[in-house]
Write a new protein. Structure first.
Ligand code: ZN
Length: 291
């Protein structure tokens, strides 16, 4: 009986601490309405609570969270990388996510493409991803387009975004996204995963003498190795997609050191991470002439 009453006291203590914590943010919310940090978007009490674990980070704070709520991110591909990236970005409170993918959900996708569920088989991937994101966070405005992004729409979407996540699975799309990002000077967060291996880098045209994707890979018509032919272990896509989301948040809030000019490589079998320095190629056909 004594043990039980001690446990109840501990639970009550815990709850009252929580209530104190919530109230401090509620008061903060009232204060903010008088002195908004950013006039475009003022968080309500519910949002202050939803994002409280990010806001309490001094590097993020209220101002950083408001930047995220005002941000627009373009995600190309709603598969193995796009799923976790989009889910974390929605959860973190990105204001607008635009997602392009021309594919439908297949049973063989579900092992790693975690924004789709068994009930979604046959649906457009962008539709099931959109539903998942709405369930995670109704604050995030999701624009879902079932289309392979190329040409003029690609330039328009890149131009409208604060950052672009390349979560695609083919070289032609990757080179086209890179060209559009260089053209519009928009940061590109590029990820890839296959077998037990993953890699991620950030290309930020015009910033810190950043290389571009084309400085790293040559456009020679080579076919990209695919997961359907080579296989991929499920969590590798989750790890790389999550890093892409983190890099996007860092860029938008201007915190930490982005992976600009660095290629992060993961060997999931040995669990060794390697960092490769990347240099801008002065004769790069994409970025060599623009800067
Ligand atoms: Zn380049």
């Amino acid at each position: 009986m004594e043990v039980l009453s001690k446990t109840i006291t501990q639970v009550l203590d815990f709850v009252s601490q929580r209530i104190l914590f919530l109230n401090s943010y509620t008061l903060l919310g009232r204060f903010l309405k008088i002195q908004p940090v950013n006039e475009k978007y003022t968080m309500n009490d519910e949002q202050l609570l939803r994002y409280s674990r990010q806001i309490m980070l001094p590097q993020v704070d209220i101002a950083g969270q408001q930047k995220l709520l005002n941000a627009k991110i373009l995600i190309v591909g709603a598969g193995g990388l796009g799923s976790p990236a989009a889910m974390y970005l929605a959860a973190a409170g990105i204001g607008q996510l635009t997602i392009y993918d021309d594919d439908n959900v297949d049973l063989s996708n579900l092992q790693r493409q975690i924004s789709h569920f068994t009930k979604d088989i046959g649906k457009a991937k962008v539709t099931s991803t959109c539903q998942t994101l709405n369930n995670i966070n109704p604050d995030t405005h999701v624009i879902a387009v079932q289309q392979r992004l190329a040409g003029e729409p690609l330039l328009r979407e890149v131009n409208d975004a604060d950052a672009v996540l390349d979560c695609s699975d083919n070289f032609s799309t990757r080179f086209a996204i890179n060209k559009a990002c260089v053209n519009r000077q928009i940061p590109l967060i590029s990820g890839a995963a296959i077998r037990f291996e993953g890699q991620v880098s950030v290309f930020f045209p015009g910033r810190n003498n950043s290389p571009c994707y084309n400085c790293l890979y040559q456009e020679n018509g080579e076919e990209m190795q695919s997961c359907s032919e080579n296989g991929v272990i499920a969590p590798i896509t989750g790890i790389i997609g999550s890093i892409q989301a983190l890099e996007a948040i860092k860029l938008l809030t201007n915190i930490g050191d982005a992976l600009i000019g660095r290629l992060l490589l993961l060997d999931g079998l040995t669990m060794e991470w390697n960092m490769m320095r990347l240099r801008k190629n002065p004769s790069c056909p994409t970025c060599g002439k623009t800067d």
